[in-house]
Design a protein around this ligand. Structure first.
Ligand SMILES: Nc1ncnc2c1ncn2[C@@H]1O[C@H](COP(=O)(O)OP(=O)(O)O)[C@@H](O)[C@H]1O
Ligand SMILES: [Mg+2]
Length: 480
């Protein structure tokens, strides 16, 4: 039992003493070292404390004691004798208390320990989202007024040992991460009913919400998103961790509408790479996004994350998901087979080539992160974008074959474009749809209206041009 808070901590481990003489890795740097004191009813005893990532080391009378403080209980206390501030660390039934200038050691200990006074420190302001196991709230620190996102797990929903282990792993992995494109956790709290992860507040909503309300993105934008994700995942892999659940719902924009700063969140299915494939959850992920080898029950490795980023690339380029069954079971089946339809995706050859390489069904044929990052899809993205701007100058028009002439006027609305309908009817489309349609339109305008174009379009500025048709000038709006 925790002394002050009467519940059994999820994180407490069996131990027979506080100082367990954990072996200290001498090569690991100390995060801090300082002099504190221990208070007994009879005396105060000075003690030198050092901290490395997970261990607390005490030196006293030429003796060294050490203990692993990962997931130990952590509380701020006040001395009964002189009102000095102190720290209480709890491991199982054992506690250790020390006093002195404790601010910086407390701030370090917070990163690996569990605290119990969430409601004294934070005010929950509103719910952000409800996930599978947890609810995400916007919370404010009562002392600094800074805002955070708090992932709150209700203990009664996590009652079997496996789920418990998984939650501890999610926390361990989150704490290990230190990269701009990966979610940051600051501290963890627990009380009798809940566990709280205090995380960086990402203010832009998740990519799933963004895509629901946005039009198709340019290839340049898409390449920036994918590149950032590859950087984040590369860091994660360098720490020996697989994410296993990359999908738009788990990718969160740091700021509203800024797609250049997306953060990978939800490490609920992340795990440490296991050579023997013996993961806590072996067959997991989200149907429709998961690498086929996971569904086939084969051993798998880091390549599973490349596949899921490939699925995201497919969605961004085509506007549809690669595997859509009538029900979950069918989606899983299609996903397992991994047969993907690349028809009618209007994208550059570079985009298509990278997408196919990331979505290789056999992991050994799938592109690696390193090669993916060097793919021309990224290196030529800027060049392709400037070429496209030139094309859309000619294209942002409504084309109406009228008698022998072709009329051109500002674009108003949309209808699916194909070569045939373009020849026989008129087709209208919005500027935002143009990137998707640009190649078709370009060739049709050329074949249909070479004469008119050559002689009558005079570009006055980048955004406007005049076009003479039947000796009349038509104002032509250009969208860049
Ligand atoms: N740090 C955060 N800042 C803002 N919103 C977040 C944050 N973390 C999660 N969310 C939102 O909450 C949703 C659920 O969070 P997630 O960690 O994915 O929970 P679950 O494991 O239940 O899926 C996300 O899809 C996202 O919209
Ligand atoms: Mg999620």
């Amino acid at each position: 039992m925790n002394q002050k808070y009467c519940f059994k901590s999820y994180f407490s481990q069996q131990c027979t003493q506080f100082w367990d003489n954990t072996k200290i890795d001498k090569t690991q740097k100390y995060l801090m070292e300082d002099l504190y004191y221990i208070q007994t009813p009879f005396e105060t005893i000075p003690c030198n404390l050092r901290l490395n990532k997970k261990n607390l080391i005490m030196e006293q009378d030429d003796k060294q004691y050490s203990t692993n403080v990962e997931n130990a209980g952590l509380e701020l206390i006040t001395s009964d004798f002189n009102n000095d501030q102190g720290v209480r660390i709890t491991k199982g039934n054992y506690t250790f208390e020390f006093f002195g200038k404790i601010k910086s050691i407390f701030d370090q200990l917070k990163k690996t320990s569990i605290q119990f006074n969430f409601t004294q420190r934070y005010t929950i302001k509103k719910m952000i989202a409800k996930g599978t196991f947890a609810t995400i709230y916007l919370a404010e620190c009562k002392f600094t007024q800074n805002e955070y996102a708090v992932k709150c797990f209700e203990k009664r929903h996590i009652n079997n040992e496996k789920d418990k282990k998984n939650l501890i792993k999610e926390m361990q992995i989150l704490r290990l991460m230190n990269h701009k494109q990966l979610l940051t956790i600051y501290e963890v709290f627990e009380n009798s009913n809940y566990i709280y992860f205090v995380q960086e507040l990402l203010k832009g909503g998740d990519l799933h919400e963004y895509l629901e309300r946005s039009e198709k993105l340019s290839e340049l934008k898409i390449s920036q998103i994918i590149q950032n994700l590859l950087n984040g995942i590369q860091y994660m892999h360098s720490q020996g961790v697989l994410h296993r659940d990359i999908k738009p719902e788990n990718l969160i924009l740091r700021q509203k509408n800024n797609l250049n700063d997306i953060v990978i969140g939800d490490f609920g299915l992340a795990d440490f790479y296991k050579y023997d494939g013996n993961y806590l959850y072996r067959r997991c992920g989200t149907p429709g996004y998961v690498a086929p080898e996971i569904l086939r029950g084969q051993p798998y490795d880091y390549k599973v994350d490349i596949y899921s980023i490939g699925v995201l690339l497919y969605i961004l380029l085509s506007g549809r998901r690669p595997f859509i069954g009538k029900n979950n079971q069918q989606t899983i089946k299609l996903n397992e087979i991994g047969d993907i339809n690349y028809d009618d995706i209007d994208c550059s050859s570079e985009a298509l080539s990278l997408m196919k390489k990331m979505l290789e069904s056999q992991p050994e044929n799938r592109i690696s992160i390193l090669s993916a990052k060097q793919h021309p899809f990224f290196t030529n993205a800027q060049k392709r974008e400037s070429q496209k701007t030139k094309i859309s100058l000619k294209l942002d028009v409504k084309c109406i074959p009228q008698q022998e002439h072709l009329c051109v006027s500002p674009i108003i609305t949309s209808r699916p474009l194909n070569r045939h309908s373009m020849m026989n009817n008129f087709t209208l489309y919005t500027p935002r749809q143009l990137p998707r349609l640009s190649h078709d339109v370009k060739s049709i305008i050329k074949t249909e209206s070479n004469e008119i174009h050559r002689s009558t379009i005079s570009r006055q500025s980048l955004s406007r041009a005049n076009l003479r048709l039947n000796n009349q000038f038509t104002n032509l709006q250009m969208y860049l």
